[in-house]
Design a protein around this ligand. Structure first.
Ligand SMILES: [Zn+2]
Length: 236
């Protein structure tokens, strides 16, 4: 029974990049919570803004409905902090709200964006907020003057252009058994339909890599992650 916390800069990021991981955790009886720092109402909702008379509040409402529906398909809860996008700002309020969520939910696994992304100003800020909140929630792994949680595993999910974002995968997850759920969750985002094909192709490429690394022939779809912290094991 694992608890997974996914911090998504914008309302839809979690689906493309970690939808399989979320569905995997919940399919095995675990709990998943998705925290979207913003709705991506300005920077990642371009199709919605093509409608005449569109408003910020309406775009946010549509994105909330879409993200909640996608999270439900994956078996996760969805929580939006509505901190504003393009630009998302690294504020003490943002860090404190996420720290409180971390202490309350106490995840064993924490996921977010890479610290670099030359194509998006908000994704690295989401990393910075998450990293600081993680440190404040877990302390230094020892007793502190404040309530702490055991340090969660810290993973980065795959950015849109991995090489240009300094992403080097060192963990592949076989998402073949939950692929249909991820596909259904991606289909919810009518406003970003062009990404569905892209991430379906990416899942096949990563499965090819995972098969070659492991020799496991049954892997048809995979997601790639990068560990921030070393893995601690009892035996090799
Ligand atoms: Zn995004």
């Amino acid at each position: 029974m694992k608890r997974l916390l996914v911090v998504s800069a914008h309302a839809a990021d979690f689906v493309w990049r970690a939808g399989g991981a979320i569905a995997h955790v919940t399919a095995h009886g675990g709990e998943a919570l998705v925290v979207a720092l913003t709705y991506g109402e300005r920077g990642e909702s371009g199709e919605l803004w093509k409608e005449a008379g569109q408003t910020l509040e309406r775009v946010k409402a549509i994105r909330h409905q879409e993200a909640s529906q996608a999270a439900a398909i994956l078996g996760a809860e969805f929580l939006a902090l509505d901190l504003g996008d393009y630009p998302l700002r690294m504020t003490e309020e943002a860090v404190e709200r996420l720290r409180a969520i971390l202490v309350d939910f106490a995840p064993q696994i924490l996921m977010t964006h890479t610290p670099q992304d030359p194509f998006n100003p908000d994704h690295p800020v989401a990393y910075a907020i998450t990293e600081k909140a993680r440190q404040l929630a877990a302390g230094a792994g020892v007793a502190s003057a404040f309530k702490t949680i055991p340090p969660p595993e810290f993973l980065l999910f795959e950015p849109h252009q991995p090489e240009l974002s300094g992403f080097v995968p060192n963990l592949f997850l076989d998402i073949t058994p939950v692929w249909e759920k991820k596909l259904k969750a991606m289909e919810v985002f009518a406003s970003q339909a062009y990404l569905q094909r892209y991430y379906a192709e990416r899942a096949e490429h990563r499965a090819n890599h995972a098969r070659r690394i492991s020799g496991r022939k049954g892997i048809e779809r995979a997601e790639a992650f990068q560990r921030v912290l070393p893995q601690v094991v009892d035996r090799l």
